[in-house]
Write a protein that binds this ligand. Structure first.
Ligand SMILES: NC(=O)c1ccc[n+]([C@@H]2O[C@H](COP(=O)([O-])OP(=O)(O)OC[C@H]3O[C@@H](n4cnc5c(N)ncnc54)[C@H](OP(=O)(O)O)[C@@H]3O)[C@@H](O)[C@H]2O)c1
Length: 246
């Protein structure tokens, strides 16, 4: 039986992958969860059904996070339905890899639009509207630190997310709102797996001393901690959840 906590959480990019695991975990923790997605409506609806069957509360919320008006409408809808938002998990993101010399304008512009501007759009609304006592968790990546070839633009977007994490934590002084980032290492989702030969996946899986890929539930557990009562004193930090890869 879920113990509801009367708090409302938006999880962006929750139709699949890490975001879906976060939405399930926060719902099990007692949050009412807005399952944001861009295009995968059927997957988002299926996840809401699964959460409800397990005794939790969730609703789908379509919005392309790169569109500031769509993001504002999502916060409006959450306010109208639930009276406000307490937790934002800024999870939605994309990754396109190429050596910098071979990266075209579209590769740069789409990752900036979704990973960096999208996170900014969400953070701006959260800074204006999150209820006092709230929590913000951004998804960075351990590529900030590893800096492997091919990751220049993606890593740059995540470095920007980390910078905004530090600054916003200070700007929200006085409202008892924490702002942190979780930076996963290689995690078994389509973002990481698609297009990689099995030998590359196996090699990357062995890099961390724990010698396996992260699972979406590993990342959801870290976010549950930061969003829940035990994370109250953690603020302005980057938590690398990666099995020790860096
Ligand atoms: N997997 C890893 O190894 C890894 C490692 C480090 C960090 N991360 C970060 O973790 C986060 C989640 O990654 P993942 O591996 O779970 O990716 P994923 O499996 O590819 O899922 C991405 C999610 O983001 C959503 N999304 C994409 N563009 C969107 C937009 N413009 N507006 C709203 N939602 C959008 C997708 O929704 P639709 O299907 O509806 O488009 C989907 O739900 C990302 O920020 C990623 O950079 C992942």
């Amino acid at each position: 039986m879920t113990q509801f906590n009367d708090k409302v959480a938006i999880v962006t990019g929750a139709s699949r992958g890490i975001g879906a695991a976060i939405a399930e975990r926060l719902a099990a923790d007692g949050f009412t969860v807005l399952v944001n997605f861009a295009g995968s409506a059927a997957a988002a609806e299926a996840l809401v059904g699964k959460i409800e069957s397990a005794g939790g509360r969730a609703v789908t919320a379509q919005a392309d996070i790169s569109d500031p008006n769509a993001v504002a409408r999502m916060f409006d809808a959450a306010g109208a339905a639930y009276g406000g938002v307490d937790v934002l998990v800024n999870n939605a993101g994309i990754m396109t890899l190429a050596p910098l010399a071979d990266s075209d304008d579209a590769l740069f512009d789409t990752q900036i639009a979704i990973n960096l501007k999208g996170s900014f759009n969400m953070l701006r609304q959260a800074a204006r509207r999150l209820r006092d006592g709230g929590r913000i968790v951004n998804l960075s990546s351990s590529v900030v630190g590893l800096y492997q070839p091919g990751y220049a633009v993606y890593a740059a977007t995540k470095a920007g997310v980390e910078a905004m994490t530090h600054v916003l934590a200070k700007e929200l002084r006085g409202r008892n709102i924490t702002v942190n980032s979780v930076a996963p290492g290689p995690t078994a989702t389509s973002l990481f797996l698609d297009g990689k030969p099995q030998e590359v996946i196996d090699r990357l899986a062995k890099l961390a001393p724990l010698e396996r890929l992260g699972q979406p539930d590993d990342i959801a557990a870290a976010i549950s901690f930061l969003a829940g009562p035990d994370g109250a004193w953690i603020n302005g930090q980057i938590l690398r959840a990666n099995g020790g890869i860096i």
